[in-house]
Design a protein around this ligand. Sequence first.
Ligand code: BG6
Ligand code: MG
Length: 222
Amino acid sequence: ALKAVVFDLDGVITDTAHLHFLAWRSVAQEIGIRFDEAFNEELKGISRMDSLQRILRHGGKEGVFNDKQCLALAGKKNDLYVQSLASLTQASLLPGIREVLAEIRAANVKIGLASVSLNAPAILHALAIHTAFEFCADASRIVYSKPDPEIFLAACAGLNVRPEEAIGIEDAAAGVEAINAAGMLSVGIGPGLGHAGLQLHSTRELSWKCLSDFWSSRSVLE
Ligand code: BG6
Ligand code: MG
């Protein structure tokens, strides 16, 4: 039976994916690297330092900055990002999220979080939904970014469920890969996620009915 649903945060629960983009774009501009939203897709689900490395590679500046300079660039990005988070309120939840969280809870299924963002706890508080989560994986203890399954496995372990008993929900290609690699069922929100077990256009389509129908359709096949 389905025992848990594990959510990604940025781009699934709230639209911070765009705020990450704006902060990185501004830091990148300062070092002469331009990038657009298409390239930004490749940063979704990727940790702060790994994102910086990808941006430097994208701009042909790999190896140009030493460790200390890289930490400073990542710090600058985070300062800008955290400033932009000040505008987050309960109204910043993506459509349908509040409702689906309540429905999952009412069905007695556990809810977990698998975000590699070190800002995740602060964001959940700003959105006033931290109490909906029975367990949030600790991003500071994660060694491998998505697409590695580590963070989803950590979330399942913390919820005390097996990955085969859980659904993961993601907006990033690397995130869907991570869910699949963990052995969970994957739900992808948005375009370009053909490898998700269930693909939805928007969080509006998320509901307990859609998740439980997906779960039973897959369990019949196996
Ligand atoms: C992920 C985002 O959730 O968190 C990435 O999709 C981001 O874009 C990563 O780089 C790390 O976030 P933070 O807040 O720790 O810099
Ligand atoms: Mg995301």
